[in-house]
Design a binder for this molecule. Structure first.
Ligand code: FBP
Ligand code: MG
Ligand code: MG
Length: 297
């Protein structure tokens, strides 16, 4: 199934062709690079390598004007004119390897790409498409556009549609929350205590693995603001917005605890801005926002 927007289609085709190589290239790159990314986290060799590979390929696509990623300080200007609303192309924001600390223990990881019809940093509702790749026992991709959400299996550079019109199951089954429990706020802890009585825990240390559980079974994923770090851990441009877009297109909700992630105005001076992230079935996000609202009054 091809995407009607040719620039989005080119990005998705390029991503699909690159993931076999990324997957194979993880072998031998499981060590730390002895460097920090702009968020102050230790980079793995594979983080830097996957970022270089995707920057090279995505920035040379006709119609892509900016490339930004979690692993580089500044936005790369690819200066490409075309017929998009900014007049100079779409911007791609990438998490080249999501959950790369799982490389050491050989657990799930992902790649996330958001395609914005705006200059970065941008609001999530400027996304025209977003996709994630899950490196599990098999490699899959979930792609959301304004039209639909689809799941593909990726092999040998090809993508094969396995699920069309993906929607969140109505009856939630799973939950996963990040951060250490003593570092949770009282309000979030009381929400979590209720949720854990009702649903099954699924938390794997890679957001993409956990999000795919929620999209498959229904439920809620959250990485909350912490007492020691109220802004949370995940990044708005590279993680919160694309995942919020995918889950909302699949019929669920996203939130920073108070409003849809897609309506958050980004800090123009900080492409690496962090945000609390919550996504899942409507009712579970409504309950969360109600609980956190109590903390504000
Ligand atoms: O180790 P923690 O605190 O549970 O954090 C895990 C979270 O951090 C992340 O690994 C952050 O993403 P990166 O690996 O891309 O930095 C998420 O995938 C995951 O949900
Ligand atoms: Mg990540
Ligand atoms: Mg990453």
């Amino acid at each position: 199934m091809t995407v009607s927007d040719p620039i989005v289609e080119s990005v998705i085709t390029t991503l699909s062709r690159s993931v076999t190589e990324i997957r194979q290239g993880l072998v031998g790159r499981r060590g730390s690079a002895n460097a920090e990314n702009p968020s102050g986290e230790t980079q793995m060799e594979a983080d830097i390598w996957a970022d270089d590979l995707l920057a090279d390929r995505l920035s040379s696509i006709d119609g892509i004007s900016q490339y930004a990623s979690e692993e580089r300080d500044t936005v790369l200007d690819c200066g490409d004119g075309d017929g998009t609303s900014t007049g100079d192309g779409y911007a791609v924001a990438v998490d080249p390897l999501d959950g790369s600390s799982n490389l050491k223990s050989n657990n799930a990881m992902g790649t996330i790409v958001g395609i914005y019809d705006a200059h970065l940093p941008a609001r999530g509702d400027e996304l025209v498409a977003a996709a994630y790749v899950l490196y599990g026992p098999i490699t899959t991709m979930v792609l959301a556009t304004d039209e639909t959400v689809s799941e593909y299996e990726l092999t040998g550079g090809e993508r094969r549609l396995v699920r069309r019109d993906v929607t969140l199951p109505e009856d939630p089954v799973v939950y996963g929350f990040g951060g250490r429990v003593p570092d949770w706020t009282d309000e979030f802890r009381s929400y979590a205590r209720e949720i854990e009585q009702e649903y099954k825990l699924r938390y794997g240390g890679a957001m993409i693995g956990d999000i795919n559980q929620v999209l498959t079974y229904g439920g809620v994923f959250g990485y909350p603001g912490l007492v020691s770090r109220p802004e949370g851990k995940l990044r708005l441009q590279f993680e919160g917005n694309p995942i919020g877009y995918i889950v909302e297109r699949a019929g669920g909700r996203s939130s920073n605890g108070h409003q849809s992630l897609l309506t958050v105005a980004p800090n123009a001076d900080d492409i690496h801005e962090r945000t609390p992230v919550f996504v899942g079935n409507d009712a579970l996000i409504d309950r969360l926002e109600a609980e956190l609202a109590d903390a504000r009054v």
